[in-house]
Design a protein around this ligand. Structure first.
Ligand code: ADP
Ligand code: MG
Length: 689
């Protein structure tokens, strides 16, 4: 067996200079090199003769250099033209602005070209990928087969890297340790690691390549899931938490006092949450559900259970507006219960703030509502047994840990309105249990979504006017990406004035993030009481605002919003029984922006929206991989390959169930890989961020 954890310097053909180049792309050891996978493949097994190529198609041809000439255009562009041919015809290859190529090609030399063929009588191929053949045995790595194309760095050539990989694959894959137990391989039809590595680089066929990739992706996911599994059975689960009594008169009366029946989904998640709360292990649960699916009331049930146990519960939300809104609702709903809610808002007079803090410390406040920041800042609780955190995207792991360290170990419930498919959620939020509300309460009005170009903005306003005349209200949202961008804010203010001028008989209000919380509260209060017909706002109303009479949402410059954000904004309407209208006013000038607009027109399902968003932005950006502590994946993609993730998860969890900390000798290889492939810190996989 050869040692694969030695430097690539030991590979024949890698000197110090090349070693440095390899190091620069993260390849230090021979093993790293074997796991440096192609970016894509080119099927050069099917080399065509020039007579057979289809103009318009991407083709691979093997040709000989006939004549070549370089010239410069008047504008200084450098053009290299090479006429190449085989026994069936001639093709003209052109490269632009790569003057150094001139010396690469010599008349009589053989080369393989790959690229898009154009022209009929006179065939052309522009900027093709090329491979100059040397006529030695080495060429077999580069033609007549499916050929790997690697991501490169400057000064590394495709051909050199491919040669080194061919050599290493032949020489070293026999020495890899196949960590997967045989029964797992058999059950899931996984090929041996050695063959998988060989074929991932130099596939014998497309079918085998797929199998090879499947095995390697499985390994990557299996390790990831084993890490999650160990974390879940490990520390944290044994901490002492508060075991709530989940049954009782108060919660029963509270449920009876509600003006509606819970949906089946709500019932299900309440059961899951209550069951967690009843245990002495701290709850660590994510509640996901589309906007308007009724998460808040579920959270309130949990808070009432805590109050009933003579403990304190905190509700943390991302904005002041929301804190105020929740506080008011909770106050009304709990009027006839002996439960004291307290609002901690940002700009209370010092004396009042201190008074409220003292109430919290003395245990006179039962439910504390505030923004994330406020509740973290030095508030001492008498007996905090439950913390509900609304909108996980704005609340990080560190904050959660901080919360933990401040008190006994409270139960934690994180709520998100960006629901993602279960397997994904289980992976990304590795250390959280997941509850999902997957239906909306009955009787919601339909939302129609439209898209207008800016020049048709008047139509959108017309719709708003018409709805207001019918007794409804409208939002006009203006993008201010950074509240500090003064010019954007001016635009929103200007827009508000314009609208007021346009509709002198309507009441137009303005809301933005620069206002202090009492100003904001006043505006929202006025909107709720219908003293404002059209509310021009920045994204401060993005999450949670619940005003069921509003039936129009006009989103200006919709191309500047992310998809999930657009969906959240749309979720502000359609909350009552009325038919509602969401209008995107946009000039989408990129494919991505068009995709977002189309997704909004296509579906209203938050799960589909989140998936689409994921697809458009990729998992890295969607989740902010770094913040989430997801280890970097080399070959797997948690979205594209989620079926593999599912089986890898099942197998990994079963294995960890049998061998909690991978102590058994037969699992040593897995344990070693786990340590080697993933940073131990990453394996903490504390995710929510
Ligand atoms: P979310 O927080 O999931 O976006 P909310 O909790 O704000 O949703 O609920 C939206 C609205 O639906 C609220 O006015 C709430 O009172 C109401 N609601 C919640 N559950 C139900 C239900 N089962 N039946 C009818 N209305 C409900
Ligand atoms: Mg909500």
């Amino acid at each position: 067996m050869k040692n694969l954890s030695v430097s690539v310097r030991y590979i024949k053909g890698v000197g110090p200079a090349k070693m440095n180049l390899l190091n620069r792309i993260g390849i230090d050891t021979i093993e790293d090199l074997l796991y440096y996978f192609p970016r894509r493949y080119e099927d050069r097994s099917n080399i065509k003769s020039i007579a057979d190529v289809r103009p318009g198609g991407f083709e691979t041809i093997k040709v000989k250099v006939l004549v070549l000439g370089a010239r410069a255009t008047k504008r200084g562009m450098n053009i290299l033209q090479v006429a190449m041919g085989d026994s069936t015809g001639v093709i003209h290859a052109t490269w632009f602005n790569q003057p150094y190529l001139k010396d690469k090609f010599k008349v009589g030399q053989e080369a393989v070209l790959y690229g898009k063929v154009e022209g009929y009588d006179c065939l052309r191929i522009n900027n093709p990928e090329y491979e100059i053949l040397t006529g030695t045995k080495e060429d077999s790595a580069h033609m007549g087969r499916i050929v790997p194309i690697y991501p490169l760095t400057e000064d590394l050539t495709q051909r050199w890297l491919r040669n080194i990989l061919k050599f290493s694959v032949d020489e070293y894959t026999g020495s890899v340790t196949d960590m997967l137990p045989n029964d797992i391989k058999d059950r899931n039809d996984l090929m041996l690691l050695k063959g998988a590595l060989q074929n991932a680089h130099f596939p014998v066929s497309g079918v085998v390549l797929e199998k090879a990739r499947r095995r390697l992706i499985f390994d990557e996911f299996f390790l990831l899931q084993a890490g999650i599994a160990i974390k879940r059975v490990g520390v944290g689960r044994d901490m002492n938490g508060y075991a709530h009594d989940i049954d009782g008169d108060m919660i029963r009366r509270f449920r009876k006092s509600l003006p509606f029946e819970f949906t089946n989904s709500q019932e299900k998640v309440i059961k899951e949450i209550a069951s967690d709360m009843s245990k002495p292990i701290p709850m660590n649960r994510l509640l996901q559900g589309d906007v308007g699916s009724g998460k808040t009331i579920v959270a309130l049930c949990a808070l009432v259970i805590t109050a009933q146990n003579a403990c304190q519960g905190a509700l943390m939300v991302p904005t002041e507006i929301l804190a105020e809104q929740h506080y008011k609702n909770i106050e009304t709903m709990l009027k006839n219960f002996n439960i004291k809610p307290v609002l901690l808002s940002g700009d209370l007079p010092v004396k009042e703030r201190d008074r409220r803090r003292r109430m919290i410390e003395a245990g006179e406040a039962d439910i504390i509502v505030g923004t994330h920041a406020l509740i973290q800042q030095g508030v001492r609780f008498k007996k905090l047994a439950l913390a509900v955190i609304d909108e996980q995207h704005k609340f990080g792991v560190t904050q959660r840990a901080l919360l933990r360290s401040k008190s006994i170990n409270p139960d934690i419930l994180v709520m998100t309105a960006t629901p993602i498919p279960r397997t994904l959620a289980l992976t990304v939020y590795g250390d959280l249990d997941i509850s999902t509300i997957d239906e909306l309460p009955p009787g919601r009005g339909e939302i129609k979504t439209f898209y207008f170009q800016e020049k048709n903005r008047q139509k959108a306003y017309g719709l708003a006017e018409q709805q207001v005349k019918m007794g409804r209200q409208a939002y006009v949202v203006y993008p201010i990406i950074e509240e500090s961008e003064k010019s954007d804010l001016r635009a929103a203010v200007k827009m508000c004035k314009e609208l007021a001028a346009l509709f002198p008989e309507l009441k137009v209000g303005l809301l933005h993030g620069r206002m202090n919380s009492s100003e904001k509260g006043n505006i929202m209060g006025a909107f709720k009481q219908k003293k404002i017909d059209i509310l021009v706002s920045t994204v401060v109303i993005e999450v949670g605002v619940d005003i069921s009479n509003a039936s129009v949402m006009i989103i200006e410059h919709a191309e500047r919003f992310g998809l999930s954000q657009l969906h959240q904004l749309r979720g502000r309407i359609g909350r009552g029984k009325y038919l509602s209208y969401c209008v995107l006013v946009a000039e989408p000038n990129s494919d991505e922006a068009r995709c977002r607009v189309n997704a909004m027109l296509d579906t209203q399902d938050g799960f589909k929206i989140a998936e689409k968003d994921l697809e458009i932005r990729g998992p890295g950006e969607f989740f902010g991989t770094k913040q989430h502590g997801l280890p970097e994946l080399k070959i797997g993609n948690i979205v594209r390959d989620r079926q593999i993730m599912e089986i890898a998860r099942k197998e990994a969890f079963e294995l960890i169930e049998k061998d909690r900390f991978l102590k058994r000798p037969e699992n040593k290889a897995i344990s070693d890989s786990l340590r080697k492939k993933f940073d131990p810190k990453d394996l903490a996989l504390s995710t929510v961020a």
